[in-house]
Design a protein. Structure first.
Length: 250
């Protein structure tokens, strides 16, 4: 199994279970396995639902019209999961043993994602998952009605100025006021990245390096504060590219 990233077994689920059971170690090492019936009507994630099997079943559904028989509680209920959140944020789960408690909580409630900036020494309970960010945070400010191509163009210019590329991006961040901006949402979808919408109190708790016209809205800024709230440091202070402002941090 270790030779493959994902496995599709075209056979009965019972056969798959008996075949893979002796090979299983733990969910962090086991390769995702999806069983598909010989009639090509159903895709059943057997191993590694949160680790690629559910996504594989959905991909088979999209490509071949198979029914994705997803039984993972968070996914089947349309709830967030620890693994899914880490993937969206391009982050590493430091204390994997917290996954069971956190995912159980995700079924019952919205589990907040908080950024704790150091230097600090942190003691956490077993139901608190610690994520370590990877990649760049792009903070975005934009005029009302901004288009997807404007956002993507501004990001490309900022990344080029910083000597980086789209592949280096972990996520996009902006103010809660921008939740209805289709241009930002579509740009994020095009990049395959998550958008984090930060509330007023989080943005205003930051100390940006450049002045912002967002003061008219009672904010210290948008692009730079969004980066400072989620990243360790700025690598590119706020730049204006037409109707879009971008700041980068890591």
């Amino acid at each position: 199994m270790e030779r493959f990233d994902l496995l599709v077994a075209v056979m009965a689920t019972g056969i798959v279970v008996r075949a893979v059971c002796p090979l299983l170690k733990d969910k962090w090492q086991d390769r995702p396995v999806v069983a598909v019936d010989s009639g090509l009507s159903c895709a059943v994630p057997v191993v590694g639902g949160h680790h690629g099997a559910n996504d594989l079943a959905l991909a088979l559904s999209s490509a071949l019209g198979l029914y994705p028989a997803i039984t993972t509680a968070t996914d089947s209920l349309g709830r967030a999961s620890l693994e899914g959140t880490a993937a969206r944020l391009n982050a590493e789960i430091v204390n994997r043993e917290a996954s069971k408690e956190v995912n159980l909580a995700c079924i019952r409630q919205e589990v907040p994602v908080l950024r704790l900036k150091g230097p600090k020494i942190v003691i956490v309970d077993r139901d608190v998952a610690v994520l370590k960010m990877k990649g760049l945070v792009a903070g975005l400010g934009a005029r009302r009605g901004v288009r997807e191509d404007e956002v993507l163009g501004a990001l490309d210019l900022a990344l080029k100025e910083a000597g980086c590329s789209r592949e280096d991006l972990a996520l996009l961040a902006t103010a809660w006021l921008k939740k209805d901006e289709e241009g930002i949402r579509r740009a994020a979808e095009s990049l395959g990245k998550e958008v984090v919408y930060l509330p007023r109190e989080v943005l205003n708790a930051q100390s940006p390096t450049t002045a912002s016209r967002a003061g008219d809205l009672g904010l210290t800024g948008v692009a730079e504060p969004a980066v400072l709230a989620l990243a360790d440091r700025l690598i590119l202070p706020k730049r204006a590219y037409g109707r879009v402002t971008v700041a980068l941090g890591q």
